[in-house]
Design a protein around this ligand. Structure first.
Ligand SMILES: [Zn+2]
Length: 425
């Protein structure tokens, strides 16, 4: 148990009942605001035959369709530049971020600590000196992380992307204690410092690293923590929502949901909310954004969540980690099979060069065929099939029905890893 509950704000310690009351109240306001002020969102309601007053609970959100990145791009093309999501007069827009699409993301001057909570939970405080290696151009990352670091009282050093030698020198000269950016880039900096003849642990003051943008593998985390003495924290951020959606605390046992969003884990096909422990798409509705009227945004990322209390004292539910993209996932007998998880399984088998998962329907049952390209056809296929059919369900939670072996070159380089032959009429 944490000896003292130190939170960024009181929302983090709400009881489950308080949280539900708070979120439902803010949700109703957010939906009403978007309906009144964002023409795109009004159309979403109208097409669904609904009024904001029809959404009385978080469960009721299921009635509204999910809006995805492609929908925003299309809307902005049809109705430039903001696609009917802007809720303030254009002259009130403080800054506009540009993300691939392109998507133009306007920010107003509302005071939201988009990332402050996440940096705070990661232990950043006044006295820390933090290099921010995210880009300060176009994308919101650099500026918003910077504001998050400042919201905790720490000093931000806007080093931005690249110039690894200069990053190393800056870290030494300013006795930098914190890092913000991607895990792979921190490893690049450490390797560069070692190349330059330094002993990273002895010569540098870096003790804390805050990561987003790519997932942190358990082995890389172990290297940072054990070999280099750097405590690591992950944040799950979504650009089109403006910031951090979930963040790790000192317990590092899942990422706490931000109270500033309603976060749902849903079946990407039906939009239905899923119970704890089941893998589905992360869908989030911002509750405090007065500028950008986006509701029920489908991130395309797959995760599951847990509801057990966290020893840190924060009471929100937690994401268990990102397991893949919804477009790379396929539902087989009620379970999502994610290409990234399958990749993990197949990478353990040296005999296999490529694979394909083919899903078909036999009667009322989904059938999963694994097509496996061998590096060498003389391998003991029966023994390999046995090991593969044992290992695959341990990671992917679904048992393959058949395994088909192919000679080297049997699967083309450009072929899809997942082929869904089912037709839903
Ligand atoms: Zn916690």
């Amino acid at each position: 148990m944490a000896s003292r509950k130190e939170f960024f704000d009181e929302l983090e310690g709400m009881s489950p009942e308080e949280r539900e009351r708070y979120q439902v109240e803010k949700l109703r306001e957010a939906l009403e605001r978007a309906y009144q002020k964002a023409p795109y969102t009004r159309k979403v309601f109208e097409r669904a035959g609904l009024k904001p007053s029809d959404i009385r609970t978080i469960k009721d959100l299921e009635k509204l369709p999910i809006t995805r990145k492609g929908d925003i791009i299309e809307a902005q093309r049809a109705d430039p530049p903001y696609g009917g999501f802007l809720m303030v007069p254009p002259e009130e827009v403080e800054r506009v971020f540009i993300t691939p699409g392109p998507i133009y993301g306007p920010h107003h001057t509302e005071k939201i600590d988009w990332f402050g909570k996440s940096f705070y939970a990661a232990g950043f405080r006044k006295g820390d000196v933090v290099i921010n290696t995210a880009t300060y151009h176009m994308s919101p990352a650099g500026i918003l992380f910077h504001e998050g670091i400042r919201a905790c009282g720490a000093t931000a050093v806007p080093t931005g992307v690249g110039n690894t030698e200069a990053q190393v020198k800056t870290m030494l000269d300013l006795k930098v204690t914190g890092y913000a950016g991607m895990p792979s880039y921190l490893m690049t900096i450490i390797k560069k410092a070692e190349e330059m003849g330094y002993d990273f642990r002895r010569d540098f003051s870096l003790r804390r690293a805050w990561f987003t943008g790519e997932m942190l593998s358990p082995s890389l985390r172990k290297t940072f923590e054990e070999d280099y003495g750097i405590s690591t924290f992950q944040c799950y951020a979504v650009t089109d929502l403006g910031g951090c959606v979930a963040y790790e605390c000192e317990e590092k046992a899942g990422m706490h949901f931000m109270d500033e969003y309603v976060i749902e884990i849903v079946d990407p096909q039906t939009g239905r909310q899923l119970p704890p422990g089941e893998v589905g798409e992360i869908v989030a509705t911002p509750l405090h954004n007065a500028t950008w009227g986006l509701i029920r945004y489908g991130t395309g990322d797959l995760s599951s969540y847990v509801t057990e209390p966290c020893p840190c004292g924060r009471t929100s539910w937690r994401l268990t980690g990102i397991v893949g993209r919804a477009t790379d996932a396929v539902k087989v007998r009620g379970m999502f099979v994610v290409a990234k998880q399958a990749d993990q399984v197949f990478s353990e088998f040296e005999e296999i060069s490529r694979y394909q998962m083919v899903i078909d329907r036999k009667g009322e049952r989904d059938e999963l065929l694994l097509r496996v390209e061998l590096k060498d056809e003389t391998v003991d296929k029966e023994e390999l099939a046995k090991r593969l059919s044992e290992r695959f369900p341990q990671v992917c939670r679904v048992r393959p029905d058949r395994i088909e072996f192919l000679p080297p070159g049997g699967i083309g380089e450009k072929e899809e890893k997942v082929i869904d032959k089912r037709r839903w009429e």
